[in-house]
Design a protein around this ligand. Sequence first.
Ligand code: TGC
Ligand code: FAD
Length: 408
Amino acid sequence: MTTATMPTTDVTIERRTAIDSFESPDFLLLDDLLTEEQKLIRYSIREFVKKEISPIIEDCCQKAYFPYDIVRKFGEVGAFGPTIPTEYGGGGLDYNSYGLIMQEIERGDSGMRSTVSVQSSLVMYPIYKFGSEMQRQKYLPRLASGEWLGCFGLTEPDHGSNPSGMTTNFKDMGDYYLLNGAKMWISNSPKADVAVVWAKSEEGRIHGLIVERGMEGFSTPETHNKWSLRASCTGELVFDNVKVPKENLLPGKSGLGAPMMCLDSARFGIAWGAIGAAMDCYDSARRYAMERIQFDKPIASFQLIQKKLAEMLTEITKAQLLVMRIGDLMDQGRATTPMISMAKRNNVQIALEIAREARQIHGGMGITGEYPIMRHMMNLESVVTYEGTHDIHLLILGADITGIPAFK
Ligand code: TGC
Ligand code: FAD
C-alpha cells in the first residue's frame, strides 16, 4: 500500500499509491443549484486533493508533520483568497465557490483546510477589508500565490471564548507602535511570514496590526503533542517589545467587530468544510459495509448498518442545504452571525457524529490509518472548539432568539 518516499528536510513522508476513489453523495440533486463554474472549481480542487493531499496525509498526521510545500501548491490551484478581487491576486468568486473549495480540502484533511481558511478568511480578508491600499498591494498577491503564509492572532492563554478580555497591547511611541503580549493556539504560526494580530491600544480599543517574521522581539514557538490536526502547525505568538511600523496598523475598522467579521467568513468556510469530512467518512463507511462479510452477508445488509448510513446521508443533505442558502445570503450581504453560528455548530457536530458512527461500521479497522475515519474524528475535535466552541455558538443563537446574551 505504501511505496515511494518523499524526502523532506527533517522527516520522510511515505506516499501512498492506493487510488483515492472518493465519490460525494448528492441525494437531493443539489448539483442542479450549482453553476457550471462552481462544479468546475469543485472538480479541480477534488482532483488536486486526490493528487497532492490523499497520498501523503496519513503519514503526515502519523508523524505530526506539516507539509509546507503544500502552501505554494494551494496558491497555484487558486485555493487562497477565493472571494478576494482578482486585482489583488484573489479568485473574485462567490461565497459558495469558496465553500466548495473548503469542502473539498477538508474532505482531504481538516488541518489542510485550516491552513487555507486562515490564509483566506483570517489574513487576506482583514487586509482586504480593513487594510490601506498600500497594505493590500504589499501583502495580498504574495498571500494569494502562497509565497507568504499568514496567521491570525486573537486567542490568548487567558482569553479564548472571551476575546474582548485580551491583554496584548500596543503603545504609540511616536515613530512606531510597541507591541507586548502573547497569543496561543495559532494555526500556521510556526511557519507564518505574517501575522494579523489583534491588540488593545492605550485607550483599550482593539485594533489589527500586521506583524512580520523577523521583527525583533517577535517569536512563534510551536505547540507539540496534539492528537488532533496533526498535519497543521499550531503555535504561539509572543511579542516582547516588538516595534511595529505605524503603517502596519489596519486603518479601516477597530473594536471587536473587526475580528468578528473575519470569523463570520471563516466560520462559514468551516461549515462547508465539515461536510467534506462527513462525506469522506460516509463514503468510506458505505464502501466498507458493502464489502465486509459477516454472518455470510455484507454487513450493509443488516438493518442497524443501514440505519447508520441512512442517518448519515440525511444529516449531510441537511447540512448542504444550510450552507448553500447562507452562501447565497453572504453574496447578497444578508447573512447574519447567528445564521453562520447555526451552520458552523450544526455541521461540525453532525460531521463528528458521522465520523463516530463510521468508525463503528469499520469495526476494528476503523481505528487504523488504512481508513481516514479516526483522523477525521480527531481533527473534528478541534474544529468543534475553534472559531467559537459548540456551546458559544448555541449562546449566540440563544441571544438572537431572546435578545438576552447569556455569556456573562
Ligand atoms: P459582544 O458584546 O457581542 O460584541 C462586541 C462588539 O463586537 C461587535 N460584533 C460584531 N460586529 C460585526 N460582526 C460580528 N459578527 C460581530 N460580533 C460582535 C458587537 O456589535 C460589539 O460592537 P460594539 O460596537 O457594540 O462594541 O461581544 P462579547 O465580548 O460579549 O463576546 C461575544 C462572543 C462570546 C459571541 C464572541 O466574542 C465570540 O464569538 N467568542 C468566540 C471566540 C472565537 O470564536 N474565537 C476564534 C478565534 S480564531 C480561531 O479559532 C481560528 S481557528 C482557524 C482554523 O485553524 O481553521
Ligand atoms: P475556553 O474559552 O476556556 O472554553 C472552555 C469551555 O468553557 C468550552 O467548553 C466553552 O464552550 C466553555 N465556555 C466558555 N465560556 C462560556 C460561557 N460564557 N458559557 C458557557 N460555556 C462557556 N485562535 C486564534 O486566534 N487563531 C487561530 O488560528 C486558532 N487556531 C486554533 C487551532 C487549534 C488546533 C485550536 C484547538 C484552537 C485554535 N484557536 C485559534 C483557539 C480557539 O479559537 C479557542 O480554543 C476557542 O475559541 C476556545 O477557547 P479556549 O480554548 O480558551 O476555551
